[in-house]
Write a protein that binds this ligand. Structure first.
Ligand SMILES: N[C@@H](CCC(=O)N[C@@H](CS)C(=O)NCC(=O)O)C(=O)O
Length: 209
């Protein structure tokens, strides 16, 4: 089954499981399990979002996590991402960004990691003691550190730096690494669906751009 179809199937099955859990439990509850005394107890998230951008994947993730959230739409066509109000949120003038309590988190991968850990009951983040935790971090970070710069090289038809100087190598190697990993199972972690799939599916389905 192609990767995209496998992710959609897993997402639907998870939604069904979650909606059964919601009845009579606190999956939708706004109170976090014990997570340290400095983490806000309130798990309401504000997502700064522009449709058809990298924030669309974060929106999908919030739904997957059944997280309580509020959307603040940033109108990129009107240039709101470069106006002072939004630059105070992300000085890079980019979406996505989220706010949780007083914490502002930017950079997609940081946001995926943060949210999947904040809603552990959704089971989208292998815990620290899980042997899949390392691979999970690997495939999320690989996206930002290797895939994105390689894709930009390809889109601009420019050569990367010489292989020994270039932190991500080159487009062909990056793509082969990804394809070889996906050949091992339906998801990035083999048989286990995780937040990494929500990120990679948003890229491969083209909903980001
Ligand atoms: N490194 C950032 C990249 C975010 C990014 O490139 N966002 C694009 C939307 S897909 C953006 O906000 N572009 C607005 C602009 O630069 O004017 C991340 O991973 O979150």
């Amino acid at each position: 089954m192609p990767y995209q179809a496998a992710v959609i199937k897993a997402t639907r099955a998870r939604r069904r499981r979650l909606s059964r859990l919601v009845i009579g439990s606190s999956v939708r509850g706004r109170t976090a399990p014990a997570m340290g005394d400095r983490m806000p107890v309130d798990r309401n998230i504000t997502l700064y979002h522009s449709p058809n951008s990298r924030s669309s994947g974060v929106l999908t993730l919030l739904k997957e996590l059944d997280a309580p959230f509020e959307l603040r739409v940033v109108n990129m066509k009107a240039g709101e991402q470069r106006q002072a109000a939004y630059l105070a949120i992300n000085p890079m003038g980019k979406v996505p960004a989220i706010k949780h309590g007083r914490a502002i988190i930017t950079e997609q991968v940081a946001i995926y990691l943060y949210l999947a850990d904040l809603f552990p009951e959704a089971g989208l983040a292998p815990v620290l003691t899980d042997p899949l935790r390392g691979p999970y971090l690997r495939w999320l970070v690989f996206y930002a550190a290797s895939f994105e710069p390689a894709i930009v090289d390809r889109a601009l038809k420019r050569d990367p730096a010489p292989a020994t100087m270039c932190p991500y190598g080159d487009y062909d190697t990056v793509l082969k690494t990804l394809v070889d990993q996906l050949a091992k199972g339906p998801y990035m972690l083999g048989e286990r669906f995780s937040a990494a799939d929500v990120l990679w599916a948003s890229v491969t389905s083209g909903t980001q751009h």
